[in-house]
Design a protein. Structure first.
Length: 108
């Protein structure tokens, strides 16, 4: 989960840093790992939030203005679009590689 660049619109770094801090404060009670989302010019600091339901992940994504979140269960993950009114799931979008399952930080 990232709070950076809401709506897939690039934001100034101070705004992104503040949003990431708010996400950290908002999820402080959850078990989580530091993560990096994306690659190249669109790498974003993120948090891998453990033990969230799909509904909770979508609600949190919407709260932080995200177009989509990556949601995982077991060894599989899906890209979940958080548009207003409906949720679209692209199943099996990513699979955690067994050699990387215990690494930190995670690269998503």
């Amino acid at each position: 989960m990232t709070a950076r660049n809401p709506g897939a619109q690039a934001q100034p770094e101070p705004a992104n840093e503040a949003a990431h801090r708010r996400l950290g404060d908002r999820t402080a009670h959850l078990q989580r790992l530091s993560a990096i989302n994306g690659e190249g010019d669109w790498q974003e600091e993120a948090l891998l939030l453990l033990e969230l339901s799909l509904l909770q992940a979508v609600q949190l994504g919407r709260e932080f203005g995200q177009a989509a979140v990556l949601f995982g269960a077991g060894g599989r993950a899906a890209l979940v679009w958080c548009g207003p009114g409906s949720v679209r799931v692209e199943r099996f979008w990513a699979v955690v590689h067994p050699d990387a399952a215990h690494s930190s930080p995670c690269i998503l």
